[in-house]
Design a protein around this ligand. Sequence first.
Ligand SMILES: Cc1cc2nc3c(=O)[nH]c(=O)nc-3n(C[C@H](O)[C@H](O)[C@H](O)COP(=O)(O)OP(=O)(O)OC[C@H]3O[C@@H](n4cnc5c(N)ncnc54)[C@H](O)[C@@H]3O)c2cc1C
Ligand code: FES
Length: 259
Amino acid sequence: MPEFQTNCTVVQVEHLGADIFRLTLEAPDIAEVVRPAQFVMVSCGTDQDPLLRRPFSVHGKQAGGRIQLLFKIVGRGTALLAQTRVGQDLSLVGPLGRAFRPPPPTGEVCLVGGGLGIAPLFFLAQRLLEQGRIPLVLLGAGSAVELRQLRQDFHELGCPVHLSTVDGSLGHHGLVTELLPALSDKVGKLYTCGPVPMMAAVARFCGDRIACEVSLETHMACGLGACLGCAIPVPGRSDAYWHVCKHGPVFDAAEVVWP
Ligand SMILES: Cc1cc2nc3c(=O)[nH]c(=O)nc-3n(C[C@H](O)[C@H](O)[C@H](O)COP(=O)(O)OP(=O)(O)OC[C@H]3O[C@@H](n4cnc5c(N)ncnc54)[C@H](O)[C@@H]3O)c2cc1C
Ligand code: FES
């Protein structure tokens, strides 16, 4: 799988509400080969500060070699990224990591996203629809403002969407995992990304009944398998680690030691 270091021109900056932003970038090399759940390492500032690139999943693909990134301001890098202007170039390295694998040919497919974990699931939904599969989408967030635009985007794609918010301002009042028991028993594959406790609950729900893939978002310094800073334990082994940037970010739920 080729990887590129490339300068990409920003063609759209959207403020989706709260501290959430979406960038659309001209990135033809990356757009041609990237698959859902792969990520890019982004230089967020225009100089050496912050020194380290930050990892972001590819959120979506658009015609004309464009990719989208969806992010929330949580610190210095994302605050700088939110100040990006149309016409500016951003330096990206990618696509990196292992992608979600295709679902089995039969059975329903469900995507479960929490918070900014929703980002890679939109790209996965785009890919599934191209393949004639219509996934059911469950999205959870703190409050309505974080979900309104994304709900509309998934609807426009043609996906049924069920929502939950912790404050009850949109959809089910509570956690997105509380929507799982109502799923049809025809669901054969579930993909999830979001906070670790949420993914742990999804993995427990699936058990060995439903195939489940998770995309992990550990801290990453290099994204290239060099710094070993993204290590997580391999289940049943005291002497072995996965490196999320290389072996992941996608894992089968059973390949992860859940809290
Ligand atoms: C493979 C991968 C894909 C990702 N995709 C997205 C995405 O699509 N959209 C998005 O908004 N974010 C995504 N992230 C998380 C994103 O990389 C971090 O939010 C970002 O690096 C924070 O940079 P910062 O300089 O703003 O914050 P920092 O100043 O580095 O940190 C600010 C705070 O955020 C916490 N933090 C930083 N990185 C992470 C992390 N990876 N997980 C949990 N807490 C963290 C820090 O502990 C600290 O408390 C992804 C992470 C990975 C590993
Ligand atoms: S982030 Fe450096 S090895 Fe994974």
